[in-house]
Design a protein around this ligand. Structure first.
Ligand code: NDP
Length: 486
């Protein structure tokens, strides 16, 4: 199997190689096979990427918003037409099942480009009457924005950052996670094919040091990171030094609350999606499933029964529902949390091991279900980022809200109930940036997405993202004479 791109980086409209950079082996997580070897960006590559982005941004910002939007919409069309090929690559890059990547990755990126391409011409300032005088505002681009991605949704993350950035007239230099370097290069190719000026969206590879170099460069106006809280802290601090704008999309330990009047079958479906989709490698996952004591046993029985039916397999097979984790390190981390859960006294109801058929190769972990989990356990407090679901039992609304909020994270939350007043009351009390009522993990581009507390700052998607990729210039216009004291 070979997924070697033409070169490691895509800068100024073309593939670029610099073999002096540290090698990055791209591994297919289902087999452990090396499918491509790329190189980390050297200082010369970083400089070239920022320089060409700087140049392209100046040109791009002079286009009319309609012309900019058109390029984004064309890119969306190209992605949609190539969805099969891009999804296959995403599956090789991440190990996620093809049945997921066909519907959730390139397609989601295309929707972001379509949405922001569509609203680009509506990104306006305002007129402010001041008696005879008036003021107006101009909504201007920030300049060169840096995007740094995690490995779970490489195409989606790159597109969710690029689409609002470019719609506002910025350029972007994007650094994918070194675990999943391939897909963002395709997005860069597609932008050029769609008519973007060379250099508008550059992709360079690298480890954390490359991200750090980009985040601290004086040419960088903004850094948008999708990653863990510890990395977020470092990148936020680095950006602060230069008073740069930031968007931080970080981790979570989100609650999914199932009240006693919930539709149990739907709540079980949501718990499955919120913990086992993408083998649990989703930041907004509802990993603390709070179930009312009156329906606890019924819920756990159905969840166990349905989880036992999950098809674990080769992610390239369309029948596969659960693929491997992204890396051996991530598998080992997840397995170690499972051991911690057992040692802490949680009850292992299902899973907990490497599936027998996949012990020889690949980075698989069974979908795993713990019950009897209490708030103080590490498996209930720390982000595992794998297919590990914890069920916690509760007795009252006030209690569950307090316990759900008892976390430094605040990315997302879900509530299942048929009582509409309780649904809205609970959601209003939850400390989370994104909430779902009677569903989980749907993130349409029309709806803002992001976290509160340690889960992040800023918002991606929807009009809200425009605020984070543009700045306002106020202009006061005097219509009369200037008065002075003397
Ligand atoms: P990391 O935080 O380890 O890395 C994120 C990115 O930052 C990678 O590209 C990484 O490079 C880079 N990086 C690492 N150190 C630095 C640094 N000092 N300066 C600049 N860049 C740096 O996250 P993971 O890739 O492990 O992804 C998993 C995490 O991402 C989870 O915590 C998850 O919750 C979060 N996440 C959040 C989402 C959200 O929208 N809120 C969505 C998806 C994931 P490299 O990998 O090469 O080290």
């Amino acid at each position: 199997m070979n997924a070697q791109p033409k070169a490691s980086h895509f800068i100024d409209g073309a593939y670029v190689e610099d073999n002096a950079g540290r090698p990055i082996d791209c591994i297919f997580p289902a087999t452990g096979e090396v499918i491509a070897t790329l190189h980390s960006a050297t200082p010369a590559i970083i400089d070239k990427a920022l320089e060409s982005a700087h140049r392209a941004q100046k040109q791009w910002a002079t286009l009319t918003p309609v012309a900019r939007g058109r390029v984004l919409r064309r890119a969306a069309d190209i992605i949609t037409a190539r969805n099969q090929e891009l999804s296959e690559l995403e599956t090789l890059d991440t190990g996620k099942p093809i049945q997921e990547t066909l519907v959730a990755d390139a397609t989601s990126g295309a929707e972001a480009l379509e949405f922001f391409g569509g609203i680009a011409p509506t990104i306006n300032g305002e007129a402010i009457p001041l008696g005879d005088d008036f003021a107006y505002t101009r909504r201007e681009p920030l300049g060169v924005c840096v995007g740094i991605g995690a490995w779970n949704y490489p195409t989606q993350i790159a597109a969710w950052k690029a689409a609002p950035a470019l719609a506002c007239g910025n350029a972007m230099v994007f650094k994918p996670s070194e675990l999943t370097p391939l897909c963002a290069l395709k997005l860069a190719e597609i932008f050029v094919e769609a008519g973007a000026p060379a250099g508008l969206f550059n992709v360079i590879q690298g480890y954390g040091d490359v991200g750090a170099a980009l985040a601290t460069d004086p040419r960088t106006a903004k850094v948008s990171l999708t990653g863990s809280v510890p990395t977020g802290r470092k990148v936020y601090a680095a950006a602060a030094e230069g008073i740069r704008h930031v968007t931080m999309e970080l981790g979570g330990k989100s609650p999914l609350i199932v009240f006693e009047d919930a539709d149990i079958e739907n709540a079980v479906s949501a718990a499955i999606n919120a913990n086992f989709y993408s083998s649990g490698q989703i930041c907004s996952n509802g990993t603390r499933v709070f179930v009312h004591e009156a329906v606890h046993d019924q819920f756990v029985a159905r969840l166990t029964e349905r989880t036992a039916r999950a098809v674990i397999g080769d992610p390239r097979d369309e029948a596969t529902q659960i693929g491997p984790l992204v890396s051996a390190a991530q598998r080992d981390r997840v397995l170690s949390y499972i051991e911690i859960g057992k040692a802490e006294g949680a009850r292992l109801e299902f899973g907990g091991s490497v599936p027998r058929d996949f012990a020889a190769a690949g980075f698989y972990v069974e979908p795993t279900l713990f019950t009897g989990v209490t708030d103080d356990m590490r498996i209930a407090r720390e982000e595992i980022f794998g297919p590990v679901l914890s069920v916690l039992s509760f007795a009252s609304e006030d209690e569950v809200i307090a316990r759900a909020n008892g976390s430094d994270f605040g990315l997302a939350a879900g509530v299942f109930t048929k009582d509409i007043t309780r649904a809205h009351r609970t959601v209003a009390a939850l400390e989370a940036g994104t909430c779902w009522i009677n569903t989980y993990n749907l993130t349409p581009v029309e709806m803002p997405f992001g976290g509160v507390k340690h889960s992040g700052v800023g918002r991606e998607n929807a009009r809200a993202a425009i605020e984070h990729y543009s700045q306002i210039k106020s202009v006061y216009v005097a219509m009369g004479d200037v008065e002075a004291a003397f």
